[in-house]
Design a binder for this molecule. Sequence first.
Ligand code: ADP
Length: 383
Amino acid sequence: MEDLAEQLKFANKQLETAIAELLYEQQEKAKRAAELILANIELNFQNEEKEKRAAELILANTELLFQNREKEDRAKELIIANRELVFQYQEKQKRAEELVIANHELVFQYQEKQKRADELDIANRELIFQNQEKQKRADELAIANTELIFQNEEREKRIIADAKKDEFFNMVSHELKTPLTNIKAINQILQKSLNNTDRAYPFITRSNQSVLRLERLIEDLLDVTKINSGEIDLNVSEFFFTDILTQSIDTVQQISAQHKIVLENSVDVFYTGDQFRLERVIINLLNNAIKYSPDATQVKVSAFVKDGQITVCITDYGIGIAKEDINQLFKRFFRVSKIAKQFQGVGLGLYIAAEIVKKHNGTFSIDSEPGVGSSFCFHLPVN
Ligand code: ADP
């Protein structure tokens, strides 16, 4: 029994413990339940808060979404704007490059213009210089013109004076011709009636020579007036050219004992021209050759045909002619002034000779050296 009591006691104790434990557990559960309720309330509150928060978040989210869309739109706009800006930038870049090129071009053009301006400046200076030169030239020309006007007036005066002179020569020559023909006729009668041993004979001969000279002078004067008035007419006929050479030489040789006129060769051709006048040309040249070589003893005549031209040259070994005078020889009344007084003459022979040769389409050439001699040549085309 005791064991049983003991066992009951023990079981009782255990029961008590178990009940205590249960109570404790119940208390604990109640606590826990209260805590849970509190926690639940707390959770509900939290949930409500969270829901509120969630609603707010949803709102905020919606707002954000809206903002995002807005931002996206903006971003798109910005992208477009950016593209536009990039495009504009590229365009500006291109424009800038174009401007740089244009600028280079402008700089180049400016330099070119500068060069051109410099060139124009130089050209301008040149033009100014040329203008000044032209002005000078114009002034000179004005002076020369005045001089020419003066010379023309002088020439006109001279032409009028020459015409008067020619008229006078013409008149005087004609007036002299008749008495001279009479003297010549009387001389010839006298000469025939005398013997060459008579004392008077040489006087008659000299008188004849003087008459001949006068006759020639009158012929010259008449020819000059005819040349000047353009009235000289050629008496054309065909003749043997050598004839005028030999006849002229004979005529001149008769009155010059000091000089031997040597004909070196002859021109054996027929020529058509004024025989009498061409003879006078040769006689004039021969007379000059003798007159202007007072210390010489010979005059040379050479004549030849070459290249379709007849050339006749009369060469003397006399005083010669200075270079500066040669071009003047064919002017009428020209005489070399230094020697004019020492030799008789009027300065018409060469003038007439040149005109006669010119009338036959010929030319003259002169070769001369002072103190050595002269060679007068005329050239006629063979016809
Ligand atoms: P003139 O003999 O009558 O003076 P010319 O007309 O025949 O006229 O000649 C002109 C000038 O040419 C002469 O005055 C003379 O000064 C020069 N003259 C002509 N022929 C010769 C010559 N053979 N030698 C040197 N001078 C000459």
